[in-house]
Design a protein around this ligand. Sequence first.
Ligand code: ZN
Length: 256
Amino acid sequence: MLIDTHVHADGMSIDELKQMVDNGVTHAITCAYYPIVPQYPQTLIDLYHKLIEFDVVRAQDLGLKLYVAIGIHPRSIPEKGYDKAIDAMKSLSENDFVVAYGEVGLEKARTKELRVLEKQAELANEYDIPLIVHTPREKKLEITKKTLSLLNKSKISTNLVVIDHVTPETIPLVHDAGYGIGLTIQHGKLDVDTAANLIVNYEDDLIVLNSDSGFRKSDTTTVSKVLRELKENGANQSLIEKVAFKNAIRIFYKIR
Ligand code: ZN
């Protein structure tokens, strides 16, 4: 079993999805993201349905068990009426394929982003749904600190949160806060060696791996590469199983 905890299947071709399967990925979570600022909340609501009703089936045909995270990304907050998208998240929470809210988070920490993240954290706590929290490329440390302080102030329990795109610079903060740690192995984020070193050094029950494949030029096989690297470096089997699937299954408890 191998779980890629953050992809964008709607930005991936059949060939790319197949390549993931051929490289041992058995399960993946596709995160909601709309690549422009939508004018209407309905755009996001249709996106959630598309992920659940179309991409899940497309992946299934290839032997990939795809699950869905629905949410409002800080770069995709509708001009007006984002609360309608939040209402749709509520009503889809019981869906068997919806295992998380995401990706959510802060990009520039504008007032509206803070409000939308706060709402989604409240919702996650109320519906007992894990939250996949994006951290941006720019001002990573500063925005991660703001994100953690917002989440700490909210009532969300730590075991429902994965802070994603964590780096060597931000991992101590996320680790100390007790949140899940998402390592994104992708060009411009973490390389295979750096990710493998972080896993060995932190040997944590909270680390989950992902490739963030889709939309941009991406390597769909990076999660398998990290596991291979760990094996070659003699990491013990129990550590490998934790980061390959055990931690993900504990956090995203609806995955079967
Ligand atoms: Zn993403």
